[in-house]
Design a protein. Structure first.
Length: 421
């Protein structure tokens, strides 16, 4: 295991004590989902969104024009340095993320085992510092790795006393600029993805969250980097602390950790501290309970604004039962099946949880009252309807999802392109 560097004396300020070199530490771009890819995980490729992100990174890191002539995407711009080395995890989604960068810079793309998924973050940091020591002042290297490794590197740097400049976030295709002086990271700055108009994955579960059968959580946790912010808002009157404890046990068994965010009242939803927790999260999970209470607490609130911000920046958002119902607009009123106003992260979709395959009188009423063109998704327990960043939908879990438009059963393809907020 590589030892940590000594703590910097300037505590992460951007006034550096001497000539520096820069490490652009990149998380790979948007990739094909683990559950939909038939090959080995190592060979899982980028999606079309990820390919566009890769080109945006090439423009940014090489400080030049698009390598394909496409119009530049609006995004924060990294400070230009002479790029002299490009390294990557052996995984296809990482090598594809920096291939355009290496091509534009006229450099070889080197595969490095220390940057692979599941690698020791201290070993990855040790490799990066050793590579930086071979550069001249003003030069830079680009390195692509995975969420777990990048988060681990940030944790290691923070443990030395370095102040991270930006949210502790690692959305796909984002970059952390590490300025290195004499073998020590003296500054670390966050630069967002080249494309910011694509939200992260959205998972709507039919209930039965955090128990055996809810297989979708494993993939979502891997996408997000290991930490889940749990909002027990809908369970405010149903022992929310027990809800959080269940989530903690479930995600601990999956190798993750839970950060409770106890937004239970309207006053809580206006709390800037709680909103900051949600804004900086990479995975937010809305628990089940009462969708009407969740809506009354979150509608037009500071916490809801923070949730939208996190999702638009690539965070994973999941909701189960009431938590899934409230995320759409319209929302099904559980008291009788009529439709009412929801939070509207996704519009023209309504969720009916706990679906058993039977068209009940209440579901029949929902289908009859649904606005023209609105899709009604009936979701079994432990089964998720997942919207990927490219706008396509898939299912995950043991049950069979039913989607209806105009009262008729239709395929998942009708959900593609539904508006998001």
């Amino acid at each position: 295991m590589t030892p940590l560097p000594d703590a910097p004396t300037d505590r992460g300020t951007t006034s550096l004590p001497g000539p520096s070199v820069r490490v652009h530490l990149v998380r790979h771009g948007d990739a094909v989902g683990r559950r939909t890819w038939a090959g080995t995980d190592e060979r899982r490729p980028l999606t079309a969104v990820g390919a566009r992100q890769a080109e945006g990174l090439a423009r940014r890191l090489c400080a030049g024009e698009s390598v394909t002539g496409a119009r530049p995407f609006p995004a924060g711009r990294a400070t230009a340095r002479q790029l002299v080395r490009v390294v990557t995890s052996p995984a296809s989604r990482c090598s594809e993320t920096l291939r355009a960068t290496a091509l534009a810079a006229g450099l070889e793309l080197e595969e490095v085992g220390e940057l692979g998924e599941g690698s020791d973050p201290l070993a990855a940091l040790g490799f990066l510092l050793a590579a930086a020591s071979g550069l001249d002042a003003g030069q830079a290297l680009a390195a692509c790795s995975h969420g777990d490794v990048v988060y681990g590197v940030l944790d290691a740097l923070a443990a030395t006393g370095l102040a991270l400049d930006g949210p502790r976030a690692v959305p796909k295709a984002s970059t952390w600029e590490l300025d290195v002086v004499d073998g020590t990271v003296r500054a670390a700055r966050f630069v967002g993805p080249p494309i910011e108009s694509f939200p992260g994955p959205l998972a709507l579960l039919g209930g039965g969250e955090w128990r055996d059968g809810a297989s979708v959580d494993t993939g979502l946790l891997a996408e997000a980097g290991g930490e889940v912010v749990v909002l027990p808002t809908a369970a405010a009157y149903e022992h929310p602390e027990r809800c959080v404890a269940t989530a903690e046990r479930w995600f601990a068994a999956l190798g993750g950790r839970v950060r409770p965010c106890m937004v239970l009242t309207r006053s809580d939803a206006s709390d800037p501290g709680l909103a900051a927790v949600v804004r900086e999260a990479r995975f937010v999970y809305l628990a089940g309970g009462s969708p009407l209470h969740a809506r009354s607490v979150l509608k037009d609130s500071t916490v809801l604004q923070a949730l939208r911000h996190a999702w638009s920046a690539g965070a994973v958002v999941a909701g189960s039962s009431a938590g899934a119902m409230v995320l759409t607009d319209p929302m099904v009123d559980p008291r009788g099946g009529a439709l009412t106003v929801g939070l509207g992260l996704v519009r023209d979709v309504a969720v009916v949880p706990h679906f058993t395959g039977e068209i009940t009188a209440q579901l029949r009423r929902t289908l009859a009252l649904a606005p023209s063109g609105c899709a009604v998704a009936a979701l079994p327990e432990s089964t998720a309807l997942v919207r990927e960043p490219d706008g396509l939908w898939r299912t995950d879990g043991p049950g069979r999802v039913a989607v209806f438009v105009g009262g008729e059963a239709v395929g998942l393809e009708v959900l593609a392109g539904r508006p998001v907020d």
